[in-house]
Design a protein around this ligand. Structure first.
Ligand code: ATP
Length: 633
């Protein structure tokens, strides 16, 4: 993994080069191999024009002696037929060497680009998963996938094709340029005339196409996000009959992508013919001036003779000189795409996560497992959710957390493993501020079971083992027994080896919850958070799980969030949240005596609705309207 030396800001224009230098490490020697092969290939590709021109002048017209640079004179046959055979042999050898060089060139550049792509993708994913949870709720999954896939691939394409082409172009222009000057400096000056025009045209192209390519990349992100959402929500689409609506949404996203692509394509396809036109006009001028010269009517006061053979060689080279310049168009185009993609990848790589370790933070040391929320407040962006929560929880206690929907119960407990950081106040475990210890040790000490646990595609055993990767099969099975999961797992087609999650056996919500509880029991954390962890199982199974959980929770601090108050009535202490504040705090009996919100919630659950005070119903209506209006925004 790479240490980054600079972020996206400051040098955005060099983003492709910077990513290449940072990630080239283990592919650099392949790039060197590709470069050498390109140079060899370019050199031998210069041979045919030289040999053909020489054959015309020396073999067919006998206007000059047959001699080739770097070839000893005694190797060259004396008679014209022998020289023709020799010329053909040189052409065949040059073509064969060129073919081998081309293979090595492709291999070198491809391996280099693929290796950079691999390292870059792994680092980009690593940077992504280090971002705070809020980042993931703000960005759409499909758009993030697009950065990891399409944008990283665009960079690879440029490295594979663009960089090798750049070396090819430079070698060709330098080699042929030198030969042209050697052959006829005056005619070379004519050949070079279109270059400033080509440069100005290319600059104008990059300025116009850049924002359009950025637009294309954003539209790909949007389209991916739309597709991802529409595939993930297939159950709702089917049950709600939303197929046509969804197809329409995909059509709209595809339409926007099409518009953005066409806007870029219009510029791109204008660029290439433009380049060809300018270079072609330049070539025509060279051909005219050279032709007149061969005919003995050299313009511009050019003096000396130009033989037909030398002119043929010059013209072939001059045309070979123009092709790289036109090819430059491809390179510039690939570069522009890579640059806009690189900016998106670089933004992710250079982004500092909001929740990180302080430098030299020590590990958390849990002694009793005492938890303190000291004047804690928290808002999701602008919406305050937790307000001035100030509670001390003794180590080893079991604490129920209840309250109406949207009261902030889950949010309060997500502050404990630092899924979010409190805006005000502090959260402490055994006196240590959780922001002062390493996140790894903090999360190692906390087990979190949510109401809708996620299963990875993999076997049941792998899912239980997730987080305690070195657990033995026996430990996995024991954890499953304790979580009341072993029985249903053994009935699956391959027991603990049955694939579950996406593409695997579909498990019910209650079964997934039991696997998540097993996963947490295996982890054996000092602090346990059960966020509606048994809400999806039937009451009989819940009673069994509760019995194991009670035993499991006995020697560790445990928070139990529950709507079903029977789940928490035996907890030593119950916190009642309303509107982000703790409004009641005590045991089940204390809270019934206090006759506050908890007592009313209890009345609802035991069916004693008649004795609910009018204010409770008014407040419930008020809460519902707030939730609905929040949802409308
Ligand atoms: N990631 C988020 N981004 C923005 N707002 C959020 C986010 N998660 C929760 N909220 C909002 O914060 C408020 C509290 O949510 P939270 O899930 O903590 O409540 P809760 O008491 O656990 O509710 P429930 O009993 O329904 O699970 C709600 O208004 C909710 O809409």
């Amino acid at each position: 993994m790479c240490e980054r030396t600079s972020g996206a800001e400051g040098q955005p224009r060099n983003v492709v080069w910077r990513l290449y230098t940072e990630y080239a490490d283990d592919g650099r020697r392949y790039a060197a191999l590709g470069t050498v092969a390109t140079l060899v290939g370019r050199t031998v590709s210069l041979v045919p024009a030289l040999v053909i021109g020489l054959a015309v002048d020396a073999v067919f017209l006998a206007q000059r002696p047959y001699n080739l640079p770097f070839v000893p004179a005694d190797l060259i046959p004396a008679d014209a037929t022998g020289q023709l055979y020799f010329s053909v042999t040189v052409l065949v050898v040059a073509t064969a060497v060129g073919a081998v060089a081309s293979w090595v060139e492709d291999w070198g550049w491809s391996v280099f680009a693929q290796r950079v792509q691999r390292s870059l993708r792994v680092d980009a994913y690593d940077a992504l998963q280090r971002q705070e949870l809020a980042y993931f709720t703000r960005r759409r999954t499909g758009d993030l996938m697009s950065v990891l896939n399409n944008d990283v691939n665009a960079l690879q394409t440029f490295l594979e094709d663009g960089l090798s082409a750049t070396v090819w172009i430079l070698a060709t222009v330098a080699g042929i340029g030198a030969i042209l000057v050697g052959l006829n400096p005056a005619l070379t000056a004519i050949t070079l005339l279109p270059i400033p025009l080509l440069a100005a045209f290319t600059l104008a192209f990059t300025r116009i196409v850049e924002p359009r390519y950025l637009g294309v990349r954003e539209e790909i992100g949007d389209l991916n996000a739309r597709l991802e959402n529409s595939v993930s929500g297939i159950e709702v689409i089917k049950t709600q009959g939303g197929e046509s609506f969804e197809t329409e949404r995909v059509r709209e996203a595809s339409e926007s992508y099409l518009r953005a692509s066409l806007a870029a394509i219009r510029v791109r396809i204008t660029y290439f013919p433009g380049l060809t036109l300018i270079s072609g006009a330049g070539f025509a001028v060279t051909f005219l001036v050279g032709g007149l010269w061969v005919l003995g009517v050299a313009p511009f006061g050019f003096s000396g003779t130009l033989t037909p053979g030398a002119f043929v060689t010059f013209v072939i080279y001059a045309q070979q000189f123009i092709w790289p310049i036109i090819r430059l168009g491809d390179v510039v185009d690939d570069y522009e795409r890579a640059k806009t993609a690189g900016l998106r990848v670089d933004e992710l790589l250079g982004r500092d996560a909001a929740v990180t370790d302080r430098p030299d933070a020590p590990d958390l040391t849990v002694t009793d497992g005492a938890v303190t929320f000291a004047d804690v407040s928290f808002a999701y962006r602008e919406q305050p959710v937790i307000r001035d929560v100030d509670v001390d929880i003794a180590g080893g206690a079991t604490v129920g957390v209840v309250g109406p929907t949207g009261a902030g119960k889950s949010t309060l407990l997500k502050l404990l493993p630092r899924l979010y950081d409190a805006d005000e106040g502090s959260v402490r475990i055994d006196g240590q501020d959780i922001r002062d210890v390493t996140i790894r040790s903090l999360r190692q000490s906390i087990g979190y079971v949510s109401q809708d646990p996620f299963l990875f595609y993999g076997t049941v055993a792998e899912n239980i083992r997730y987080g305690t990767f070195d657990a033995t099969d026996e430990e996995v099975e024991r954890a499953a027994e304790r979580a009341q999961a072993a029985e249903f797992v053994r009935k699956l087609p391959d027991g603990f080896d049955t694939p579950v999650g996406e593409r695997g056996v579909k498990l019910s919500g209650g079964q997934r919850q039991r696997l998540a509880i097993a996963r947490t029991m295996l982890k054996d954390p000092e602090i346990l958070i059960l966020d509606e962890a048994t809400s999806a199982v039937d009451t009989e199974t819940e009673a069994l799980i509760q019995a194991s959980l009670r035993e499991f929770a006995a020697d560790r601090t445990t928070f139990v969030i529950a709507h079903r108050l029977s789940t928490v009535r035996n907890a030593g202490r119950i916190l009642v949240l309303d509107g982000g504040r703790v409004v009641d705090d005590g045991s089940h009996e204390d809270l019934l005596c206090a006759d506050g919100l908890y007592a009313n919630l209890w009345r609802v659950q035991v069916g004693d609705v008649q004795s609910l005070p009018a204010e409770f119903l008014e407040r419930a209506l008020e809460r519902q309207s707030t939730i609905l209006s929040d949802g409308d925004e």
